[in-house]
Design a protein around this ligand. Sequence first.
Ligand SMILES: Nc1ncnc2c1ncn2[C@@H]1O[C@H](COP(=O)(O)OP(=O)(O)OP(=O)(O)O)[C@@H](O)[C@H]1O
Ligand SMILES: CC(C)(CO)[C@@H](O)C(=O)[O-]
Length: 280
Amino acid sequence: MVRTAVAFSPGHISGYFRRVEGDDPSTTGSVGAGVVIDEGVRSTVVRAAETNVRVVRQDLASAGSPPVEYALERLGVTAGVTTECRLPIGAGFGLSAAALLATLTATNHLFDLGLSEDEVAARAHEAEVIHRSGLGDVAASRAGGVVCRTGPGIHAGITRIYPQEPLYAVSLGPLPTASVLSSEEAMARIAAAFPDRCPRDLADFCLLSRGFAERSGLIAPEVRRVLEACDAATVPASMTMLGNGVFACGDDAGRVLSRFGEVYTLRVARRGAYLIETKP
Ligand SMILES: Nc1ncnc2c1ncn2[C@@H]1O[C@H](COP(=O)(O)OP(=O)(O)OP(=O)(O)O)[C@@H](O)[C@H]1O
Ligand SMILES: CC(C)(CO)[C@@H](O)C(=O)[O-]
């Protein structure tokens, strides 16, 4: 039987953020707030002569993942990786960070690399920053909760609260993260829009995020339509950063969002990335 390691990492919906530029990837990242969600990426890793990554979603597979391939190369290993997720990719659910954390957690065990959790996270964060696929998602998804990050990178200050209520989300399509992070103009607007405090609870998170989304200038017309429907029903809602999607909370949120697409009912994750099993 081929030796296999399987790990899972939760995803992360960012509600507001501000880029922090450091001297190197470890001190580069973002401050801001988001929700670590109970859905994310499951990664299965086997040894292989050459690295290949298969990305599977809803029975559709595509080949390749530059951040994951980069992180494996930096570790000096070659592996066959299959990532699986239910949520859409590129839609603001932090799945690149989840794919990295899950894959590196499994790889660490499979190859007996002896990396600490901190080292796994540091390498995942580095791959995210280099590929501009995320800034704060790895720091968030190392554990659960509604997260408020007060510094960049994986060692920075972070507070977590654990509300019981679900969060609802709908995706209207992808918004490649790198396209926004590479725009200096967008970054300047985002910096000016940043609300300088942490959320008290889930509803407060939605409220602060919405103020940020409005001021950031990132809201596309199709996202605007969903937000207006939420406003009409007094449902706290905002835009998934960075995706063309909306998250909302409260009793009526699922019903309102269902008019615009498949509604994902998400729970606040209680824990971060973890190893599921190694075989044999
Ligand atoms: N499930 C996944 N498995 C492996 N690689 C992934 C996965 N999701 C995203 N990636 C890789 O991450 C890179 C950036 O993806 P993108 O920013 O579009 O996705 P995302 O992380 O889901 O988005 P967001 O950060 O907005 O939630 C791409 O190179 C893609 O291959
Ligand atoms: C940049 C970002 C919004 C992309 O998901 C996220 O990584 C964050 O909050 O830093």
